[in-house]
Design a protein around this ligand. Structure first.
Ligand SMILES: C[S@@+](CC[C@H](N)C(=O)[O-])C[C@H]1O[C@@H](n2cnc3c(N)ncnc32)[C@H](O)[C@@H]1O
Length: 188
């Protein structure tokens, strides 16, 4: 199982946003929707061995975490609006500290980075980290930021985690995920 955690610093934590304006009124949810697609979609295949975690830190109820299980998910199509509408549904149901399923294979809970760091061993994807090509064993679990830098609080929580670079240029989060999965594919 590979896991990608993408931190959406302005992404909404209630379902009242418009699917017609994911980049604007929905706090750059478009970045997270493209990242979801990068985690799972190949041209004629679906990556069932990936889990995607979206950490949503925007108003009105932060933090919330959405988990999409590649093994279980249904109704997800390869366009931003499809992911956006499943996220909207997940943010429309009541949730507590434990994951609640909103649609098949999509779960939501209250809680943020600290909880996830207690549950999984992550590496941080960072263009200044160790080149992935110099790593012998591909890590399983990766953290990325959205279009913004990690905050100081996040930096202090992740400061001791290994930093891994996908290449010399700063990439979009969704492209970074594809690059890492491609590297993993090449080694299999
Ligand atoms: C668009 S970048 C973040 C914006 C960036 N901090 C800036 O404002 O210059 C999105 C995320 O993708 C990941 N990323 C981008 N390029 C990368 C690279 N070459 N290697 C590893 N991770 C990368 C990082 O996790 C980064 O936080």
């Amino acid at each position: 199982m590979r896991r990608f955690l993408i931190i959406g610093h302005k992404a909404p934590t209630a379902g009242e946003f418009s699917l017609n304006d994911l980049p604007g009124s929905a706090g750059r949810l478009d970045v997270l929707c493209r990242s979801v697609n990068s985690c799972f979609f190949l041209s004629h295949e679906f990556r069932r061995d990936v889990e995607c975690f979206l950490l949503l830190l925007g108003e009105p109820n932060p933090p919330k975490t959405i988990m999409i299980s590649g093994e279980e998910v249904r109704y997800l199509n390869p366009d931003e609006r499809s992911a956006g509408s499943l996220i909207k549904k997940a943010l429309s149901i009541p949730c507590g500290d434990k994951f609640t399923e909103s649609t098949k294979g999509i779960y939501v809970r209250k809680g943020g980075l600290k909880e996830l760091l207690d549950e999984y061993e992550f590496v941080v994807l960072d263009e200044n980290g160790t080149d992935i090509r110099d790593i012998t064993d591909m890590p399983d679990n990766y953290i990325l930021s959205d279009h913004m830098n990690f905050t100081e609080d996040e930096e202090s929580l992740i400061k001791d985690l290994p930093k891994i670079s996908a290449g010399p240029k700063v990439l979009h989060a969704d492209h970074t995920i594809i690059t890492i999965l491609n590297e993993s594919d090449r080694r299999e």
